[in-house]
Design a protein around this ligand. Structure first.
Ligand SMILES: [Zn+2]
Ligand SMILES: [Zn+2]
Length: 537
């Protein structure tokens, strides 16, 4: 059974888990049948919606697709947590915005002046690009609007009335027990901040508060000293996180949601909300999709460290399906990404494509099934064909050839070009071009004058190159594999160390001692040019 599960694609396993659940977790009660399966994703709007944040939505979407494939009615919703306060000034935002720290992002002006609010700016900016990564429709909700419209009034009322029960749930997991708990945080009527209001008392469902300083990790939200009374049913604030999550599940009828693996532990906000959701709101706790966070070069993505990868940047060097592929490979294994690894990720993806289209066999049937499903789920809409140009090959071409037509000519020479795939091939070439510009440190270029390297090549190498040129001139149709094997064979025949033989090839063509795969390089160049060069150096 375990083995079965392991080979089942993770989102299909998750979909089955969602459908098969029978009982509540914390209450002895049967789960009713759902007519619609809602998967929720959300983000706090701090201004940096990087690929890590996006992964939550993309993974949620995969579960929606799996549920649909099992014949269920399923949808994805995305909730903007825009009542959350601004905690710090992200890079690129004016210093003057410091005065807004502690205020809900939905009440802060757009620093760029093109939208109504700070939150709207970043959400619309994000969705413009998110759409390219997600293949299903997404219903979007803004918490500020939800509260303003009173859509959460039922939950707010119930949660405030049952605040002592929530206190008990919270205290089960705390060493230092809380004495009281208020699930609702009002906005200060005087200064507009939300994080600064401290509850004095709750009378008849109204919150009496005082506005006091609040210390974030790095920033301070200044309180104004104002004392006021807020009516939670009039949208004058928000629920606190350990109540709000439960309220959202109840209100949107959520069956599953993603969360970082730090939420797995008992007593985490996820499980506390799960308990609140079942015991106080009488709604079954959703099935969590726990995942490992994506690291960049082994470190957490952080705008201040400057190692953030934005979805827009990704699209300059790779298609959306490649990032989905990266997200979907074992989701609970630690995932570190480095731009340096991108060519290898492409190779892995291409191998899955070959298996999907039956051009290659996997080690066994189970693995094959899994790889096919992974490839299929990585696609956004249409299933893209296998692209017969390895990224590393494309990367070489964009460095040694001046333009697209020279590249296409080369691809034809090396048997990489397929006319029907022109668009896909050119997309890959463009991605490689952008990647080379941004991330390739030691670029290569074709050596134009053979005289420059003559002195660097010794007689042994020269003999090898001449022999190789003879073979090339008579084997015009030799493919990459044949060229590759022949490099070894001729090196053996000339009794030259293969390392030295490869160096001779790179020196004579690129004036470097290293290079891309030598056989690919030779196959991509004009054969007469190569023969002439190997004879003249
Ligand atoms: Zn704007
Ligand atoms: Zn205030």
């Amino acid at each position: 059974m375990e083995e079965q599960r392991e080979f089942l694609f993770w989102s299909d396993a998750k979909a089955q888990e969602i459908i098969n659940r029978k009982k509540y977790r914390y209450v002895d009660k049967e789960i009713p049948e759902f007519k619609e399966y809602v998967i929720k994703s959300s983000a706090s709007i701090s201004g940096v919606l990087h690929i890590g944040r996006m992964s939550d939505t993309v993974r949620g979407e995969a579960v929606v697709r799996s549920l649909k494939d099992l014949g269920k009615n399923a949808k994805l919703i995305w909730v903007a947590e825009d009542m959350d306060p601004l905690r710090k000034i992200p890079s690129g935002i004016p210093e003057s915005f410091r005065e807004y720290i502690g205020m809900p992002v939905s009440r802060i002006p757009d620093p760029f002046g093109c939208h109504k609010t700070y939150a709207e700016h970043f959400v619309s900016d994000y969705f413009e690009v998110l759409e390219k990564f997600v293949g299903v429709d997404i219903d979007i909700y803004f918490m500020s609007e939800e509260y303003r419209k009173g859509n959460f009034n039922y939950e707010i009322k119930r949660l405030i009335e049952n605040r002592d029960k929530i206190l008990n749930i919270l205290n089960k997991y705390r060493e230092k027990k809380l004495e009281s708990f208020n699930p609702y945080q009002p906005i200060c009527e005087n200064c507009g901040k939300i994080i600064t209001t401290k509850t004095i008392k709750i009378v008849d469902g109204k919150i009496y508060y005082r506005c006091e300083d609040y210390k974030f990790e790095k920033e301070l939200a200044k309180g104004c000293g104002y004392e006021g009374i807020a009516d939670p049913l009039k949208g004058e604030g928000k629920l606190v996180w350990k109540s709000e999550w439960a309220a959202q599940w109840h209100r949107f009828k959520v069956v599953s949601e993603g969360a970082g693996k730090e939420y797995i532990v008992p007593g985490s906000a996820f499980w506390i909300n799960a308990e609140i959701c079942e015991k106080i709101l009488d709604f079954p706790a959703p099935v969590p999709i726990f995942y490992e966070h994506i690291l960049i070069n082994g470190a957490k993505m952080s705008a201040s460290v400057g190692n953030v990868v934005y979805p827009r940047e990704w699209l300059e060097v790779a298609p959306p399906e490649l990032l989905r592929f990266f997200f979907f490979k074992k989701i609970m294994k630690s995932r570190s990404f480095s731009w340096r690894d991108l060519p290898r990720l492409y190779d892995d993806y291409d191998r899955h494509a070959r298996i999907y289209f039956g051009l290659e066999k996997a080690e066994n049937e189970k693995e094959e099934k899994h790889m096919k499903r992974l490839y299929e789920m990585s696609q956004v809409n249409e299933i893209k064909p296998y692209i017969p140009v390895p990224f590393s090959h494309a990367l070489m071409l964009v460095q040694i050839f001046p333009n697209d037509s020279a590249i296409i000519e080369s691809l034809k020479r090396s048997n990489h070009y397929v006319e029907e795939l022109h668009e896909y091939i050119m997309e890959r070439i463009n991605h490689a071009r952008n990647y080379a510009k941004k991330f390739v440190e030691h670029r290569i270029s074709l050596l134009s004058d053979a005289n420059i390297v003559k002195e660097k090549i010794d007689d042994e190498q020269r003999k090898f190159l001449r022999r190789f040129a003879d073979w090339l001139s008579t084997s015009r149709s030799a493919n990459i594999e044949e060229i590759h094997n022949m490099i070894y064979q001729i090196a053996r025949e000339c009794s030259i160390n293969t390392k030295k033989a490869f160096k001779a090839i790179y020196l004579s063509l690129l004036n470097t001692t290293y290079g891309p795969r030598a056989a690919s390089l030779i196959a991509s160049l004009d054969r007469n040019f190569v023969v002439k060069r190997f004879r003249e150096v």
